[in-house]
Design a protein around this ligand. Structure first.
Ligand code: ADP
Length: 480
């Protein structure tokens, strides 16, 4: 099948979170399985400044936005197995930020308009027409909307799949913005009336409503988002489309995330020969200014510091953890200022036990995955989570809250690969850490948990098979 991916971030070009990893690795896995994949993403200023090699422009057009039109030029990647098209829309992407601008809705309306022109270009000039358009998260959702309404006559034969990576970010703005997008309230108000969607313009909701198939990134999250507790006010709409919703667990790129070859590590290691992991732990302790001591349990965090990730629980349990155990803690992350400050204060007060680095640092992240004994993920909700999958591969035992993809990948018990708690509160988190530290004191028991995790296969191959089946299904749904 020919599949066009549409995403706002794609690694290694631009990455702020898990979406970038998925949008990079899944196309490769699909291509490996014999499908033909191309990817479209914005050409952010950062890409131009870094001099990412690309050819072009291969196409140029003007994109309507309300009463105006903005210029777009399309560039094509040079050095990737899967062709990537970069939409260069200066009005939208010629600025420092990736997201979080006051006019994000306008920027990504332009992006989706640009994608439609690019589909046209691919067909007319390059002779390539997708069987399936696979749009990711709210930034790309209007592509599905356009295919099913505005462009139905021209592109209606293309099946559409929409993937929710995080339901919390919906791209919801004032309904006046509809005019900018050239869309009408149309089906959404009709069908969405009962779901609190009248009088808003919600990109995520439009993706969910119009796509032939909606997927999300773990089976548990697919069930959770149909409940009020996790549905972010779209649970009604999701229940309405329940027979079209599937959960497919993300994989990780096991060639990138491999402790045997990771060039960021002090020493390589494998499940058969773990000596290198001890060297990684010592190097991490040293780099972070902690006492270099192989016997002390080292707990790592690599995370956005936002409400979702539940790290306020770590803030709450840290004093007790430092008082009652000999554990060390390394935190790498950035996000909400109050959390950053809270962790920095812990670091200042206990410099030899707690190390805090605020920022986004790919090399240090890998060193934490490799050098820690356990990784903490006390998430409130977690669509899939990549951290625990990387940790498992690096022989770092995940301690997680049972939600979303964490519930689907981490098990505690006789054949466990980690430690799991259920109610989202400090007591249950502290107890889970307590059980992990008790296990850590028994080297044979700990090695058994750790090695089981390391031997699991979380590569993209199995997800690619499931996505291919979803694409076939979406095509059958529209009569192919
Ligand atoms: P989310 O997409 O919600 O942030 P995921 O667990 O799905 O969470 O993916 C997060 C990805 O970003 C992982 O690959 C993780 O290692 C990486 N990451 C998160 N924070 C940082 C950071 N401060 N520095 C480097 N990498 C980070």
């Amino acid at each position: 099948m020919k599949v066009l991916f549409v995403a706002a971030e794609v690694a290694p070009y631009v990455k702020t979170g898990g979406l970038a990893d998925v949008a990079a690795a899944l196309p490769q896995a699909l291509q490996h399985a014999g499908h033909e994949v191309r990817v479209v993403m914005p050409r952010y200023r950062e890409l131009r400044e870094r001099g990412v090699p690309m050819s072009g422009p291969v196409a140029a057009s003007f994109l309507p936005i309300g009463e105006r039109a903005e210029e777009q030029r399309v560039w094509r990647s040079l050095e990737s197995d899967v062709p990537v098209y970069f939409l260069d829309i200066p009005a939208a992407f010629e600025r420092q930020a990736i997201y979080g601008e006051p006019d994000d809705h306008r920027r990504f309306i332009l992006f989706c308009r640009g994608v439609m022109d690019t589909i046209q270009h691919l067909r007319e000039v390059e002779g390539w027409s997708p069987d399936v358009v696979h749009a990711h998260d709210w930034h790309a959702a209007l592509v599905v909307n356009y295919i099913k309404t505005f462009y139905h006559y021209t592109f209606g034969h293309m099946a559409t799949v929409y993937t929710i990576h995080n339901l919390a970010y919906q791209g919801q703005v004032h309904p006046d913005t509809l005019a900018l997008a050239g869309l009408s309230e149309g089906g959404l108000v009709e069908n969405g009336m009962g779901y609190g969607l009248a009088n808003t313009f919600n990109c995520m909701a439009r993706g969910i409503l119009y796509a032939d198939v909606v997927t999300t990134v773990s089976p548990t999250y697919a069930r959770e988002i149909m409940t009020m507790a996790y549905g972010e006010r779209l649970d009604g709409l999701l229940r309405h489309r329940a027979d079209r919703v599937r959960g497919i667990l993300n994989g990780i790129d096991t060639t990138v995330f491999d402790p045997a070859t990771d060039r960021h590590l002090a020493a390589p290691y494998t499940v058969e020969d773990m000596a290198g992991k001890a060297a990684c732990k010592a190097a991490l302790q040293q780099r972070c200014g902690l006492a270099v001591d192989p016997a002390r349990p080292l707990l790592g965090v690599v995370s956005r510091l936002v409400e979702q990730k539940g790290l306020d629980l770590l803030h709450a349990v840290l004093p007790g953890l430092l008082r009652e155990t000999n554990a060390q803690v390394v935190v790498l992350g950035s996000g909400q200022p109050y959390l950053q400050e809270a962790f920095l204060r812990h670091g200042e007060a206990h410099g030899d036990r707690v190390s805090v680095k605020i920022g986004f640092d790919v090399a240090l992240a890998q060193q934490i995955y490799a050098g820690s004994d356990a990784l903490l993920m006390p998430s409130r909700f977690e669509p899939c989570g990549l951290g625990q999958l990387i940790a498992l591969r690096y022989g770092t035992v995940p301690i997680v809250r049972a939600t979303g993809g964490l519930a689907d990948t981490v098990r505690e018990g006789l054949d466990g690969n980690g430690f799991v708690f259920h109610p989202h509160d400090a007591r249950h988190f502290a107890e889970a850490i307590g059980r992990a530290l008790a296990c850590y004191r028994d080297p044979i028991g700990w090695a058994a948990v750790r090695d089981r995790g390391m031997r699991e296969d979380h590569s993209w191959a199995s997800a690619a098979v499931q996505y291919a089946a979803v694409y076939q299904w979406a095509r059958r749904l529209i009569g192919h």
